[in-house]
Design a protein around this ligand. Sequence first.
Ligand SMILES: Nc1nc2c(ncn2[C@@H]2O[C@H](COP(=O)(O)OP(=O)(O)OP(=O)(O)O)[C@@H](O)[C@H]2O)c(=O)[nH]1
Ligand SMILES: [Mg+2]
Length: 512
Amino acid sequence: MAFVRSLGGGLWRSTSRQCRWRRQRLAPLSRPPGAGVCSVRLLETASASDVATRVRELQRTGAVRKLAQLCLPPEVAEGEAVSSAVAATAEDAGTFAQVLRALIRLNSARWARAVMEHRFRLGTEMPRADTDPAAAALVSSYVALLARAGDVEALRASRAAFEAGLYGEPTRTLLVGERVYHRCAQAELVKENAAAAVDCIRALGRLAQRVSDATEGEAEAESPPRTDTDEGDQAAQLAASRLDLYEATLRAFGKKRYLRGVFTTIETMHAAGLEPNAAIFEALATSAVREVDFVKGAVSMATLPPPQHPEVAFAGRSNVGKSSLVNMLVGRRALAKISKTPGKTQQFNYFVANARDRHNAFYLVDLPGVGYARVSKQQRGEWERFFVDYVAQRQTLRLLFHLIDSRVGVLDEDRRLMHILAELFLSTNGRWNIAADADAASGPELQYVVVLTKADKTSGISPRVQESLEAALEESRLLQWRDVPIAITSATTKRGRDAMWRFMRRVNPHWR
Ligand SMILES: Nc1nc2c(ncn2[C@@H]2O[C@H](COP(=O)(O)OP(=O)(O)OP(=O)(O)O)[C@@H](O)[C@H]2O)c(=O)[nH]1
Ligand SMILES: [Mg+2]
């Protein structure tokens, strides 16, 4: 009973040892060894029901913080008495929430975890994040505390609890899920468990997809709710805080040079319906492209650099914006030379990204513009032969962006390029997999993507441009095999950066 009595006001004001202990509790860093021993003695004398009664009393007087400080000193070894105090929190959901909140404020990850796990064990009702916003906030701050403490085990347990629906139906608590999975992934990364971290983000992606599928069905059933400005502001704030979470994970993966994680985070963000912001792109570009250098300008197959890295090539007629797109992708202003004069790029310009990083190195190849009018017929023929040999023989070519001006649509040079690809593709009997969903197991593959450039100069892709593109693809027989993905970009507004990056994932098997 001494413990219960000690919670009364008198003892706090006395100059007793307990009071001295309390001062030490509030200054944990300067705590001398052995402090808190007296509190153990106090705790040992209290029965669970005494504690529970006192907890309820304190709950009424709003002094739960004091209780948390007193009954759960971090330095106390686990024992009967402490368990009793923890048990008291299981009495009712309100007390539990208050004590947990107090512990979170006290930054006491260890005891917050004890309180939470006790509740897991008892199987009593958990904070229902799907119906109670305060409970959602509580779970979120709990996992943030665990993350700060680097308690990866407790975070895994929280993930399991979340997946088991203990905090509410997971598809109704995506925001809480995001906190749980991201914190878990970040803690796994600190412990060098990169694969486990990716697994967390993948699981979040699957959940986000389920939520998106479910809400699509609901949206079809009912008309969209009206949103006023305040609601709009709130939604923007929420989206920004969610993006911060994705950005932190992305940077954490980038720091470890684990690009599979970087790409998985981007995919998951998409599944969660979030529009990436400038900070995300900055994080993406700095994670995926640590350094990038010009290698050489190749003029023939013999002068290509050794095929030691996977590569991505940018093809299209002169002036369509190839060099600008290379720069946009890697987040560099003037890596590839840009010019108002068509035909500026006259050779296969090779850039290498992450040259010193075996797993993440790749080549970017800025191809010469096909169909430049002021180049002789003979020179054009040479370029075309080079291009054919390059696509046919370059085993490390993984991704080919074919750029077409979104205002102009398909021109003869573009039809020619599609024709060349289709011929090569058909003659190799599908050895190249010109498909949106090609997988690594199908052997050497080439992903072909049409990119409609300079979208800032048009208010939308006109039906004429769309039709010309469809007709050309159909005619070339490329569509006989599978869909050809189309991305819309602008090097001026940076539109389409993330679509391009999502295709980039195919370039390197280590990133998938
Ligand atoms: N408004 C706008 N202009 C662009 C865009 N992309 C490129 N440009 C401009 O188009 C011109 C040609 O761009 P480049 O990137 O040099 O084109 P390229 O395809 O590399 O040209 P070649 O090297 O001659 O084959 C430059 O003046 C660019 O500033 C874009 O998205 N929007
Ligand atoms: Mg160029």
